[in-house]
Design a protein around this ligand. Structure first.
Ligand SMILES: Cc1ncc(COP(=O)(O)O)c(C=O)c1O
Length: 475
């Protein structure tokens, strides 16, 4: 996103953050009051409040009741952020399938160091709880019903999902939810319900390659929208794209984008909804990482401010409980009937036992307890990744400032070919996700994504040192 089309409050937030980084406002310092800043910057009170909300969300400042905003030490001393994406906003056919499949296969088959896959740590106790619950419930096949489950999915699971959705600011009935085979399947049902071959879907850039592949597989076209590494998809760029192209759906990961790890601030979420209303397009919200916020209260989902049911909220337990379950869901709003029909014709119903297991683990409160532990642990592991990168990677690197999720995005100087790096690492059974996968127009050749979800064993730390040694030869 170019400076001149960056939103005012984002610019103001950036300015304040730069002052904090430069030591103009040391830790503990009281920041200018909302009123004073509005006056000095000649902007509205709402603009300043929105800027301070970004500072709070990113851990730079904290609000103290009746005293104002104070500088808080950033949870992680941020390194340089990757440059804002320069995505070309014209629709293209996707051509990432082969490399994506190779990366996926390599990770699944490897006993080496897998940094390419956004998988949760399966050493966490929740993985054992899932296994034990499976064993327990499989002894009572009578609880599975008559064979096939109903197309909308197991009621007990939908009840648990609806109960937990309150955390994301959603007050939805279990009847508004349809269970699916993971989030990928939920998004697939949404795309099938909303689009036809040749249609254009707006995506963030960089964008998780599984979504780009799906778009390709369905004969759709992706239009890459420039995305700010701190605040997510550019609403200005999206507006321009909407004016120019007949976009049929917007697909976004507002909470902890894969790969950037950023979160769209609430004010910007509102603008996104307003834009979708203006052009009457649906938004597919991929909220798979929403529960994995490192610090503070879970941010509200885009769907929580959706006044007319145009947001299709999709998620799963793949990142938070266990991807083996393949349990996900969708709350499709006004597109409920179309999505249910799509699910019915493509799979009749979802497997019952994994749904029962998921519901049982949630019902017992074990899931929430696990999440508290997982969030803090992943945060520590992300910090450790930054330390290792600082130690081993070239100084000219840039890295995203993740606020949650399981992955971080690295940008290197132009001389680095990350696909080449991927192949060189693979020879040593070290796996990373090359940046090329995250674009349909050949962007991000000098970028790569690393996951930080697993414990930093000496072997994993050495892998980072090895990647660093290759990078230093390339810059
Ligand atoms: C952003 C995003 N969406 C969807 C998926 C797929 O989710 P699931 O495994 O639940 O199908 C992933 C998996 O990596 C992801 O990162």
């Amino acid at each position: 996103m170019e400076k001149n089309d960056t939103l005012l409050y984002v610019q103001l937030a950036e300015q304040l953050i730069n002052h904090i980084k430069d030591g103009v406002h040391p830790v503990g310092d009281r920041l200018p009051s909302v009123r004073a800043l509005a006056k000095s910057e000649q902007v509205s009170i709402a603009t300043v409040s929105a800027a301070y909300a970004i500072l709070e969300e990113q851990g730079w400042a904290e609000a103290r009741p009746k005293s104002g905003y104070f500088v808080k030490r950033a949870a992680v001393e941020p390194l340089s952020m990757p440059k804002k994406s320069r995505a070309k906003t014209s629709p293209r056919a996707v051509t990432v399938a082969e490399l994506a499949m190779a990366v996926q296969r390599g990770a699944a088959a490897s006993d080496g160091v897998v940094l390419s896959a956004a998988i949760p740590d399966l050493e966490f106790p929740i993985a054992d709880i899932v296994k034990r619950t499976f064993t327990k419930l499989s002894r009572y096949p009578s609880s599975f019903g008559n064979g096939y489950d109903i197309p909308e999915g197991l009621l007990t699971l939908r009840q648990q999902i609806a109960r937990r959705a309150v955390d994301a600011g959603l007050h939805i009935s279990p009847d508004a939810i349809i269970t699916t085979g993971g989030a990928q399947n939920a998004i697939a049902q949404a795309l099938k319900a909303l689009t036809q071959t040749g249609d254009i879907v707006a995506v963030e850039s960089p964008c998780y390659f599984g979504l780009l592949q799906m778009i390709e597989g369905f004969g759709l076209k992706a239009i890459e929208i420039p995305t700010d590494p701190a605040t997510g998809i550019s609403v200005d760029a999206l507006t321009l794209a909407m004016q120019r192209w007949p976009i049929k759906a917007i697909l976004t990961i507002p909470a902890f984008s894969n790969p950037l790890g950023c979160i769209i601030p609430m004010e910007k979420k509102r603008l996104l909804i307003q834009l979708a209303q203006r052009y009457d397009v649906p938004i597919i919200e991929d909220d798979i990482y929403g529960d994995l916020q490192f610090e503070g209260r879970r941010s509200k989902a885009l769907k929580s401010i959706d006044p007319d049911g145009r947001v299709l909220w999709c998620s799963s337990v793949s990142k938070t409980m266990d991807p083996h379950l393949r349990v996900g869901w969708i709350a499709p709003g006004r597109y409920y009937d179309e999505v249910l029909q799509q699910k019915f014709v493509s799979e009749i119903s979802s497997p019952t036992l994994p749904q029962l297991v998921t519901a049982e683990v949630m019902k017992k409160g074990l899931y929430d307890r696990h999440l508290r532990h997982a969030r803090a642990t992943y945060h520590q592991r992300y910090i450790r990744l930054l330390e290792l990168a600082r130690e081993h990677f070239p100084e000219s690197m840039r890295v995203s400032s993740a606020k949650g999720g399981l992955v971080a995005w690295f940008e290197m100087p132009r001389s680095v070919d990350a696909t080449e790096l991927y192949y060189m690492c693979r020879e040593q059974d070290i796996h990373l996700a090359p940046g090329e996968l995250f674009s349909v127009s050949g962007l991000y050749q000098n970028c790569f994504r690393l996951s930080f979800s697993n414990n930093w064993t000496p072997k994993r730390e050495q892998a980072i040192a090895f990647i660093g040694s290759l990078l230093k030869k390339m810059v």
